[in-house]
Ligand binder design. Structure first.
Ligand SMILES: [Zn+2]
Length: 584
C-alpha cells in the first residue's frame, strides 16, 4: 500500500503512558488473585559487584508502576530482593581494593566473601549493596529490601524447601522439557562446566546456574559446605520421611548428613528459588531482563514451576538493554561499569528518573556521560517549560510528573535551574572558583542576579563533576593567558574592524542576551545591515561571515576552533581579559 492510501485516523486521545497501562493491569490482576490485599511488585538485584546502571531498570520499572498505583490510593509493597545468598562466581575486573586472592572465595555465598580492602561494610554483598541503597534513596525509590541470606539462614523458607524436595520429581520433569530443547549437545547428567560460556549464552550468572541435576538424582536444593562454605556440594541421599540429607563437597572433601527440617545453610537452585518466591510473596508484577525471558529461561520455566508451589507467574514484561554513551572510555580503570551512583554524580535524580520513565520497558536507550548530556538537559528544560505553560502533550506530562516526584511528594529540586550547558561551561572555565562562578552566573541576567550559588545547586555541582570527570582534557576549555600576537597581526582590516565593533559593544551588552545579540550582530553591521535584522532580511552569506567571526573569537580566546557558547564564554572570561586577548 502506498503511503497516501493509508487512511488518516484521528489523533489518539490516549492520555496514559506505559506506566499507567501496567498499573491498570496490575491492579486488576491483584484484585483477582488477592482481593483487598496490598499489591505486590518485585525486583531482584545480585550484589555480586558494582550494580550496573542497566540493572537499575530492574528496580525502576516496578518502582514507576508501584508509584502510579500508590498515587491512585492503593497500598503497594515493592519488594527488592537482594540476592546476596547467591554464590560468588568470579572476581570482577577493576574493582579497587581486591586482587586475585579473592578467587579463593568463589562458590561461597556473597555475604561470606570479604569486602574489598578499605570498605566499611562487613562483607562483599553489603559493600556493593550500600552504594545502590544510597542511589535509590536519592532517586526517591521506596521499597522493602529483603536479604535472601537472612531469609534462608533464618529458616523463613524452610517449609518451601521441604516442599520442593518432596516434589522434586515434578520439578525435574518440568526442567527436563527444557534441558533437552535448550541444549541438544549437552547430554543429560553432564553438568555444565564452563560457566563463562553459559553466562555468555544466557547473559546472566543467575540464569546459567546449575539446575540441581546430578548423578544421584535430582535435588533442587544445594547446601553450602559445612567446612569450606562453598556450594561445590552434591546431594547424595535424601530421606523424605526423616528429611535426612547427605552431601559431599568436591572442594574440600567434607561430607555430612543433616536433617533438612532444621538445617538452614543452603538454598534452592535459582530456577526453583525464583518461582518459589513468587508464590511465597504473592508477586503480581516483576519484570526481567532479556536474558531471563528467552525460551527455556528462568522466567519461562518458573512460570510452570510456580504452579507446584500453588502460585501464579507475575505479569513480567521483558525490559531491554540500557546502554551508556561516553563513560566506557573514561572509566576503563574501574572496569567500565557505570553505576547509578556514577550517573547521580553528573545528573539530578529527576533527569535519571525521566530517562527510565519516558521509554517503554522494551525500548532500549542510552544514558549519556558524554556531550550528549547537555542536549538531554536542554530537552528536559524545554519539557519543564511546556509543562509550565500548559502546551505539553499528555504522555510527556506523565513522564515529567513521574520524574519530578513520587506519591510521597516532589524530589528536592534546583531552585533556579540554569541551563546545564551554561553551568558546565562556567565550571569548565572557572575550575570551580566560587566567587568567579557567582559573578559570571549573576552577569548572565543582570536584572535578576543570583543571590548565592545555592540557588543553582545541586545542578551546578553535577555539571562541575561532569566537566571534571567525564570531559577529556583535549575538550576542556583553556582561556589564553596572553594575546595571540601572530594571529592579531595577520588580520586584515575587515577582521580588525569586527573585533573593534565587538569590544565597543561589550560594556552595554554585558549579559547573556546582550552578548548574544552583539556577537551575531557584528557581522550583520559589517555587511551594512542592522544588528536587529532577522534571518529573512539577510542574505545567506551572513551565516558564513558569522561562522568565520566566531572561529576567530574562539582562536583568540581559547586557541581552538570551538568552545562553549560565545556569550557564556565572554562572560566567563570577563570584560578586561576579553579586551586584552582581542588586542584592544
Ligand atoms: Zn567444602
Amino acid at each position: 500500500m502506498r503511503k497516501k492510501d493509508v487512511p488518516i485516523v484521528a489523533q489518539s486521545t490516549e492520555t496514559t503512558d506505559w506506566v499507567s497501562r501496567y498499573a491498570d493491569e496490575v491492579i486488576a490482576e491483584s484484585e483477582r488473585r488477592a482481593p483487598g490485599k496490598p499489591v505486590v511488585v518485585a525486583s531482584g538485584l545480585s550484589p555480586s559487584g558494582p550494580i550496573h546502571l542497566g540493572n537499575l531498570r530492574e528496580v525502576m520499572t516496578p518502582h514507576l508502576v508501584a508509584d502510579e498505583i500508590r498515587r491512585r490510593g492503593y497500598t503497594v509493597r515493592h519488594l527488592l530482593s537482594w540476592d546476596d545468598y547467591d554464590r560468588y562466581r568470579k572476581v570482577p575486573a577493576g574493582v579497587p581494593g581486591i586482587d586475585e586472592s579473592w578467587a579463593e572465595h568463589i562458590g561461597k555465598p556473597l555475604t561470606s566473601v570479604p569486602a574489598p580492602v578499605g570498605s566499611e561494610h562487613p562483607n562483599w554483598a553489603e559493600h556493593f549493596k550500600a552504594a545502590m541503597v544510597e542511589a535509590l534513596a536519592e532517586l526517591g525509590v521506596e521499597y522493602d529490601g529483603i536479604s535472601q541470606t537472612e531469609q534462608y539462614t533464618s529458616g523463613a523458607y524452610r517449609d518451601q524447601v521441604l516442599f520442593a524436595m518432596k516434589h522434586r520429581g515434578d520439578i525435574d520433569a518440568i526442567l527436563d522439557q527444557y534441558r533437552t530443547k535448550k541444549a541438544p549437545a549437552k547430554k543429560q547428567g553432564q553438568k555444565p562446566v564452563d560457566e563463562a560460556e553459559l553466562e555468555a549464552a544466557e547473559g546472566s550468572g543467575a540464569a546459567a546456574e546449575d539446575d540441581g541435576s546430578g548423578t544421584s538424582g535430582y535435588f533442587p536444593y544445594k547446601p553450602y559446605c559445612g567446612r569450606c562454605e562453598k556450594d561445590l556440594t552434591t546431594v547424595t541421599a535424601y530421606d523424605d520421611e526423616t528429611t535426612e540429607l547427605t552431601y559431599t563437597c568436591s572442594a574440600c572433601g567434607f561430607s555430612e548428613t543433616v536433617r533438612l527440617s532444621e538445617f538452614d545453610r543452603g538454598k534452592l537452585v535459582w530456577k526453583v528459588d525464583w518461582p518459589m518466591r513468587w508464590a511465597h510473596e504473592g508477586v503480581i508484577f516483576e519484570p526481567s531482563g532479556v536474558d531471563h525471558s528467552s525460551p527455556g529461561s528462568s522466567f519461562q520455566v518458573g512460570g510452570q514451576i510456580v504452579g507446584i508451589f500453588g502460585g501464579k507467574q507475575p505479569i513480567g514484561p521483558m525490559y531491554a538493554f540500557v546502554g551508556i554513551s561516553g563513560m566506557a572510555k573514561m572509566s576503563s580503570s574501574k572496569g567500565g561499569v557505570p553505576t547509578a551512583a556514577d550517573a547521580l554524580q553528573i545528573m539530578e535524580p529527576q533527569l535519571l528518573r525521566w530517562l527510565y520513565a519516558r521509554r517503554r520497558p522494551n525500548q532500549s536507550f542510552k544514558i549519556a556521560f558524554d556531550q550528549e548530556i547537555q542536549r538531554l538537559y536542554d530537552e528536559w528544560d524545554k519539557l519543564a517549560g511546556k509543562v509550565a505553560d500548559g502546551s505539553v502533550l499528555p504522555a510527556d506530562a506523565a513522564a515529567y510528573a513521574r520524574a519530578v516526584g513520587t506519591a510521597a511528594g516532589e524530589l528536592p529540586r534546583t531552585p533556579r535551574p540554569m541551563p546545564y550547558r551554561t553551568l558546565a561551561s562556567v565550571a569548565d572555565i572557572t575550575a570551580g572558583a566560587e566567587d568567579q562562578t557567582l559573578r559570571i552566573l549573576s552577569e548572565l541576567d543582570p536584572q535578576n542576579p543570583l543571590g548565592s550559588l545555592d540557588e543553582v545547586r545541586p545542578r551546578l555541582g553535577k555539571a562541575e563533576t561532569w566537566i571534571n570527570t567525564q570531559v577529556p582534557a583535549e575538550e576542556r576549555t583553556v582561556v589564553r593567558d596572553e594575546p595571540d600576537a601572530d594571529l592579531l597581526a595577520s588580520l586584515d582590516e575587515q577582521g580588525r574592524a569586527s573585533l573593534r565593533l565587538l569590544v565597543e559593544g561589550l560594556e552595554e551588552n554585558w549579559s547573556l542576551d546582550g552578548l548574544t545579540h552583539l556577537v551575531y550582530g557584528v557581522p550583520k553591521v559589517q555587511a551594512g545591515y542592522s544588528a536587529d535584522a532577522t534571518a529573512k532580511e539577510l542574505p545567506p552569506e551572513i551565516k558564513v561571515a558569522q561562522r568565520t567571526f566566531f572561529a576567530l573569537l574562539y582562536h583568540l580566546l581559547v586557541g581552538r576552533d570551538t568552545g562553549p557558547r560565545l556569550p557564556t564564554l565572554l562572560l566567563a572570561v570577563g570584560q578586561e581579559r576579553v579586551r586584552k586577548l582581542l588586542g584592544a
